[in-house]
Structure formats: C-alpha cells, structure tokens
Design a binder for this molecule. Structure first.
Ligand SMILES: Cc1ncc(COP(=O)(O)O)c(C=O)c1O
Length: 366
C-alpha cells in the first residue's frame, strides 16, 4: 500500500477554498459580516432548485428547524426510517413529538413506501424520509401518500448533496429539506447545514425561528426561537465547495464504480442498486456481507484497521436504543448488522481502491 493510512472520509480542499476562507477572515466583518452567508444561501437554493435556503450550524439544527417550522409537538407522530443517523429521530423528541420507525427497501436502504402507509395513524402529522448515503428516497411513491393523508414531508437529505431523482433534487419533492456539510459529507463547511424550501410561508417562519424568534432587523423577540444560523466564516468554505460540487459528485461516483468493478460480482457481497431515474451521489460506497466468509463484518473491520484502513459500520438500527421502543424491522436489522462503508476520502485514487479491495478479499478469503 502506498499510503501510511487510508481514512474513511475527508474533503477535497483546493486553493479556491483557501482563498475564499482567507477573504472571509480578512474582510468578512463590519459591513460584510453576512456576505458569504447570503451568497451561500442563494447559490445553494439555486443549485437544488428551490426558492429559499437558510444556512445553519448543522443539518441537525436545520432538521430541528423543519420540525419547529412544521409546528410539530406533543401528541404528534412523525414516521421515519429505522436506519439512519440518530438526528433523524432526536429532532422530533426535542419538540415532544414521537418518531415512529419503519423499515427500509432492501436495495436502496431508504424508507419503504408500503411500510410508511401501514404506519399512518390519526396522530401522524409528518414524514421524514432519509436520502441515506446519498440514495434518493422513492419520492414518486411517497409524495402522493403524503398528499392523500395531508402529511408534511420533511426530508433528511443530510448526505444527499448532488443526488437527483428524475433530474430533480430531493428538496424539490419535499415541503422542506435539510442538507449537511459536516466533514465527511459530499461538500463540507467544517460543520454546517442548510434548510431549504420552495414555500414562502414556511421560509418566513423558519427565517424568524433560526435567529432567536426576533422581529427581523430588531432585538424585539416575537416568539421563542433558536440560535442556529451558520457563521460567515463557515459559509465561505461551503460557498467555495459549492463552486466545485459537480466535480466532487463525479469523483465520488467514479470511486464507487472502482469499488463496484472489484467487489460487485463477488457472491455474498452486495452493493446498493441505484434506483431507475436516480443519480445517487454515491458519497458512501457500502458493501453488505451476506455470504459465508472467513470472518464477519466486525472481524473484517478490525483486520482492515490493523492493516491501516479505516471503515465505518452502517448506522445501528435506531429503535433499539434505550430511549425508544424496539420495533421489528428485519431489513434494517440485516443491513445494520452486515454493512460497512468503505473508505471514501477525497484523495483516494484507483490504486488505493485496488489496495483496499485486495485486502478485503484476502481477509474474507475470496
Ligand atoms: C442521515 C443523516 N442525517 C442527519 C445527519 C446530521 O448531520 P449534521 O452532522 O450536519 O448535523 C447525518 C450526519 O451524518 C446523517 O447522515
């Protein structure tokens, strides 16, 4: 292996990012203290094809902002997939609403529309599907269900910058959506997120809640809000990365193809299948071990770590955590117990992928 260590994730930073952040730290105060926030918000709204964007300190805060904007609270249920990062569940509990966990589709690991439909009760107020690992949710099926039952569709698109379904971003299907720019994501701002919506009224509400509930331009507080707006410095890095986002998506898709060429045909190893009409951003190349190998998922991860290759397990099933009631969701259980996210650091080239795949084959005995 030509590298001392292969990291599981990390960004691509060029002179453009360095120059832009340098400009923000040099000039981004006084009359210019919001310049990069405004530029980033309007460029991101344009990129995902909606009218409004609000830059936030993380996707988690953008998601809580969606929950607050939708006015969810005690007595309300929100249907979510059981496989995701905990923020997908915790933001509802912040508001006193109840997350209801449903199973995922076996190929794309996103919310199963049939399971969603079966979980709707008179208390259901909203649905939060997740474009997990950059795979688009089946919005063609989920949007009509939300319309039929009058449910607000708030999308956790945290990992899905650059993902498209029928040529449109997830944000175009949802009432509100949230994206993440945390350091392992498709494009990064350090920590950071974006709330997006096409709806003028929802935007107006969120725009007030994100800045402490104050009357715009004043210190007069009209309702209890949150201190969730992204800083100008952080926005400068996000704004620079956004200039390169299509290049970054192409690089991740190439990385995924390199892995697929080497591992995709091995019996007992499966990789996710792209939904028809979807451009997954492929930000996380994942494999699921379903065959008989020399070791299991955790054994493979441990031995890869010994060989200086970092990986991540697929997220655990959320409903098994102690604060929730465990729900039997067999597809989630299977993927969560057998899945690994392979290294996706931006510096990886084809030779690195070849090295990682050779080590995987050696450890598994294939
Ligand atoms: C599916 C999903 N939702 C939400 C988040 C939270 O994003 P952030 O770290 O920007 O709050 C993540 C981050 O990993 C995620 O993967």
């Amino acid at each position: 292996m030509k590298r001392e260590r292969i990291h599981s994730a990390g960004p691509s930073i060029t002179q453009l990012e360095i120059d832009t952040v340098t400009d923000a730290v040099t000039n981004g105060f006084y009359s210019h203290y919001r310049d990069y926030i405004e530029k980033f918000e309007s460029a991101f709204a344009e990129y995902v094809g909606v009218k409004h964007a609000i830059a936030t300190s993380s996707a988690t805060t953008a998601m809580h902002l969606m929950v607050a904007t939708a006015d969810l609270g005690p007595g309300d249920e929100v249907i979510i997939p059981d496989l995701s990062w905990i923020a997908t569940a915790s933001v509802h509990t912040y508001a006193g609403a109840k997350p209801v966990f449903v199973d995922i589709e076996p190929d794309t690991w996103t919310m199963d529309p049939e399971k969603l439909k079966a979980a709707i009760t008179p208390r259901t107020k909203a649905v939060m599907p997740v474009d997990l690992y950059g795979h688009a949710v089946d919005y063609d099926a989920i949007v009509p269900i939300c319309r039929e039952y009058g449910l607000t569709l708030i999308s956790d698109s945290a990992p899905a910058v650059g993902t498209l379904l029928n040529g449109k971003s997830p944000a175009r299907y949802a009432d509100m959506a949230a994206y993440s720019f945390q350091g392992a994501k498709m494009m990064i701002s350090g920590e950071g997120g974006m709330f997006v919506t096409d709806d003028d009224e929802l935007f107006k509400r969120a725009d007030q809640l994100v800045e402490d509930g104050r009357k715009p331009g004043t210190f007069w507080i009209e309702k209890i809000g949150y201190h969730y707006r992204m800083s100008n410095l952080t926005a400068s890095l996000g704004y620079a990365q956004l200039q390169r986002v299509e290049e970054l998506v192409a690089a991740k898709r190439q990385l995924f193809d390199w892995y697929h060429d080497r591992l995709g045909d091995i019996p007992g190893i499966s990789m996710f299948k792209e939904r028809p009409n979807c451009r997954a951003n492929c930000s996380y190349p994942s494999i699921v071990l379903e065959g008989e190998f020399k070791t299991d998922r955790d054994g493979l991860r441990d031995e890869l770590r010994n060989r200086k290759i970092d990986t991540r397990p697929i997220f655990p099933k959320m409903s098994q955590f102690p604060m929730f009631e465990t729900v039997a969701n067999p597809v989630t259980e299977r993927i969560a117990e057998t899945g690994i996210n392979l290294p996706t650091a931006a510096y990886l080239d084809e030779e690195d992928v070849e090295d990682v795949c050779n080590e995987i084959k050696d450890i598994l005995g294939v």
